[in-house]
Design a binder for this molecule. Structure first.
Ligand SMILES: Cc1ncc(C[n+]2csc(CCOP(=O)(O)OP(=O)(O)O)c2C)c(N)n1
Ligand SMILES: [Mg+2]
Length: 393
């Protein structure tokens, strides 16, 4: 609700700048390589982060393994900054068997991951904006567990959470924010004061329709209508500004347990997806390219004392890694017909039915009563079980 001015007095360490630039150069090299190998990589459509890298990386570098992230299809730079390698992402691009997210089943940059050392990523949908309600639900889960006093079952995470309480990040494109579901999510986050960051990457485009054609206000202005949702607006193409804004937003959420919306203005410097050509519908390309985050971050490194040679080495190394990872990914194994039946369900400890379905000395009970009884039994035994809509708080 409040407007916050971002200050840039704080100094960002050289280590952060170097990591940020490495990730940016990697993501940028991937976009270039995909375009250069268009036929080879267009089995399915893919989108890239080109133009959006700075804010994505600034966020990704500051999340912790106890956090939950809901990236969208344009967030490949964010995934790199979580520690994923170009090779990992390319396995999904090429629908390979060892794609870490889906075993070759889903489009590029549709992550789902439960790695111990990275933020947790529930499965992502291609339908825009659909992550908002589940993401808000996870934040409500954190809120509920904190209220009831339930700790994480994983010891390492439990320890880490004591120092840095967990939060959720819901990443959204500007056009998806105009959908009704987003309003439902904001309402609940603001009402219950949930620990969630809504990151809106505003490139002003909704495929080929522009902001003037599709919305009456931007996400920052929209957020001001939600009492209890703090909103910030920044230049998401400026790495240091983004890093500091994210740092500030995450601190508020971790310590004060309340929601923040970060509106990051960014230029889209690639086709919406590989399925369309930007030259056909974009009338703002020259202006957009004048806001490229790449030269901005490069200059920030030089200003911080890196030599031109050091900067060039970071970039050359990133380009080489992307190239070799691509050659390796092309040779990776394809799924076999038998893989159609893998990863269907998570393994369960319960594999056999126990108890008697029709005990001789009991009366027959209608199914609804059985269900209610079962729910009651579960709720008595498990504090972590909560029935939405009936929560007394
Ligand atoms: C519910 C739904 N409606 C429409 C689409 C088709 N669609 C895919 S991407 C897109 C544009 C989304 O724009 P924005 O949220 O601003 O993200 P951007 O791609 O610009 O980063 C649309 C309309 C979809 N995938 N899902
Ligand atoms: Mg957009």
């Amino acid at each position: 609700m409040e407007m916050k001015e971002m200050t840039t007095q704080q100094q960002i360490s050289k280590e952060v700048l170097q990591k940020g630039f490495t990730n940016l150069c990697t993501a940028k090299a991937m976009a270039t390589l995909y375009e250069d190998n268009f036929k080879l990589v267009s089995k399915y459509v893919h989108a890239t982060s080109r133009g959006h890298e700075a804010i994505q990386i600034a966020l990704g570098m500051q999340l912790l393994p106890q956090d939950y992230a809901f990236p969208y299809y344009r967030d490949d730079a964010m995934l790199l900054s979580f520690g994923l390698k170009p090779y990992d992402l390319m396995l999904q691009l090429l629908a390979k068997k060892d794609d870490p997210f889906s075993g070759g089943r889903t489009y590029y940059c549709h992550p789902s991951l439960n790695d111990a050392d990275k933020p947790k990523i529930p499965h992502q949908s291609s339908a825009t904006g659909m992550q908002a309600i589940p993401a808000t639900g996870v934040a409500m889960g954190f809120w509920y567990k904190e209220n009831v006093g339930i700790k994480n079952i994983n010891e390492a995470i439990r320890k880490s959470e004591q120092e840095n309480p967990p939060l959720v990040v819901c990443s959204l494109g500007d056009a998806s924010v105009t959908e009704g579901e987003i309003s439902e999510a904001f309402q609940m986050a603001a009402l219950k004061q949930l620990p969630i960051l809504y990151l809106v990457q505003d490139n002003g485009w909704d495929i080929s329709a522009n902001a003037e054609e599709t919305r009456a206000q931007d996400a920052f202005e929209y957020a001001r209508g939600f009492n209890g949702l703090e909103a910030m607006t920044i230049d998401g193409a400026n790495f240091t500004e983004s890093y500091e804004a994210v740092e500030k937003a995450l601190k508020i959420i971790r310590e004060e347990r309340r929601p923040v919306l970060l509106h990051a203005k960014v230029p889209l410097l690639n086709h919406h997806t590989s399925g369309v050509r930007m030259e056909w519908y974009r009338d703002d390309l020259e202006e957009a390219f004048s806001r490229d985050p790449y030269p901005v971050l490069k200059q920030q490194l030089l200003d911080a004392g890196f030599t031109q040679k050091e900067v060039d080495v970071i970039e050359t190394k990133a380009i080489t890694l992307v190239k070799t990872d691509f050659e390796k990914a092309l040779l990776a194994e394809d799924p076999t017909p038998a893989d159609l039946f893998t990863h269907d369900f998570a393994p369960t400890p319960i594999t056999e039915e126990t108890g008697e379905r029709a005990p001789a000395d009991k009366e027959e009970v209608v199914m609804v009563d059985c269900a209610l009884f079962a729910v009651e039994e579960i709720m008595r035994e498990h504090k972590e079980c909560s029935l939405a809509g009936f929560n007394s708080r």
